[in-house]
Ligand binder design. Structure first.
Ligand code: ADP
Ligand code: MG
Length: 325
């Protein structure tokens, strides 16, 4: 019988998707950054994100406030990935009996700070016991602006894949923390990610942008989710990637090169979009003028294959999966 190690996180999700019933009010169910639901006469966006001690965070590498911020920011990023307006947040906390209340208060303060920065309110949650380690599960609720939502499934053949900002810094920051390297910009990128909320709303407001997702598991892997959801292929072009300045002098251990961190490092919470090729240059210029960060073309969608290829090679196995070695 297959185990999670065989099918991986995304194989499991594909199976669960066949079991889940769908119906009235479900505009988009399992498979996008948020579910899109008709509720109470309007449309809402909802997503949850679980974070586990020593998997997603370590109390030895971050303060409780930093842990709270990062876990909340990763959840909020899924509202940004739809182009939505974040509104409310709930948080479930599981922790061992002997956890210091001061730790939990500070953790909650970090969550509340991230919510406040996103103009959200923390409106509830759950608290329960864990035999080992702290776990957080953060649910975020948001709404579309002027009815515009960008799904993962809207990419068209010929569209260009573009990414906001400079991915790779978060994974490098984690290396720096673990190896005790002094790299404040990278460590800040890892511990204090800023969900691209305004950027997502700006992109969703433009007809020439056809699909969007956030980069949580790694650029190549999340780009693959856009291609797969859209039922087409992607020619990922690593030669178009720039290694961010903060990464250029950074030589992580274990033989991993900066460009690998850019392509496969997760937790940057940048946005990837599929853009009409005729409009991309102008869009990128306007984006950079508005937000002071690049919107860089790094691939082209194609109908010649399904999923991601890099220089003719299938790249479906590149990226982070919680259950694979
Ligand atoms: P993200 O990285 O954007 O949070 P994930 O890769 O975690 O998205 O999940 C992909 C999709 O699968 C999402 O639509 C999510 O809601 C859904 N999903 C993940 N785990 C489960 C689960 N255990 N049950 C139902 N849906 C799930
Ligand atoms: Mg996401």
């Amino acid at each position: 019988m297959a185990s999670l190690r065989d099918i991986g996180e995304f194989g499991l999700i594909a199976q669960l998707r066949t079991i889940a019933t769908t119906g009235d009010g479900v505009v988009t169910g399992i498979g996008d950054d948020c579910a899109v639901l008709e509720l109470g006469g309007g449309t809402i966006l909802v997503s949850c994100d679980a974070s586990v001690e020593e998997v997603h965070f370590s109390r030895t590498l971050a303060t409780p406030e930093q842990i709270g911020w990062k876990c909340a920011a990763s959840a909020i990023s899924d509202i940004a990935a739809m182009g939505g307006r974040p509104r409310y947040l709930t948080v479930a906390i599981a922790c061992p009996q002997d956890t210091k209340t001061e730790f939990l208060e500070k953790l909650f303060r970090g969550i509340n700070d991230a919510a406040t920065a996103a103009s959200m309110h923390v409106v509830g949650g759950d608290t329960t016991c864990s035999p080992q380690g702290v776990m957080l599960d953060i649910t975020v609720l948001g709404e579309p602006i002027d009815g515009r939502i960008l799904l993962r499934s809207g990419a068209r053949v010929g569209d260009l894949l573009c990414v906001t900002g400079t991915p790779g810094r978060s994974a490098a920051g984690l290396f720096a923390l673990q190896a005790k390297i002094d790299a404040p910009e990278l460590i800040e990128a890892h511990l204090h990610p800023e969900p691209r909320i305004a950027e997502g709303q700006w992109l969703a407001a433009r007809e020439v942008v056809h699909a969007m997702a956030d980069v949580s598991d790694g650029l190549v892997q999340d780009a693959g989710h856009l291609a797969t959801a859209s039922g087409i292929g992607l020619d990922f072009q690593p030669e178009k990637l720039t290694v961010p300045p903060a990464l250029q002098n950074f030589e992580p251990t274990q033989g991993i090169e900066a460009i690998d961190l850019v392509m496969t490092g997760g937790e940057d919470y940048e946005l990837i979009v599929a853009v009409d090729p005729a409009a991309q240059a102008e869009l990128s210029r306007e984006f950079e003028a508005a937000f002071g960060m690049p919107l860089s073309p790094i691939g082209i969608f194609t109908d010649k294959w399904n999923g991601v290829q890099i220089e003719g090679q299938d790249a479906s196995e590149i990226g982070f999966d919680h259950f694979r070695d």
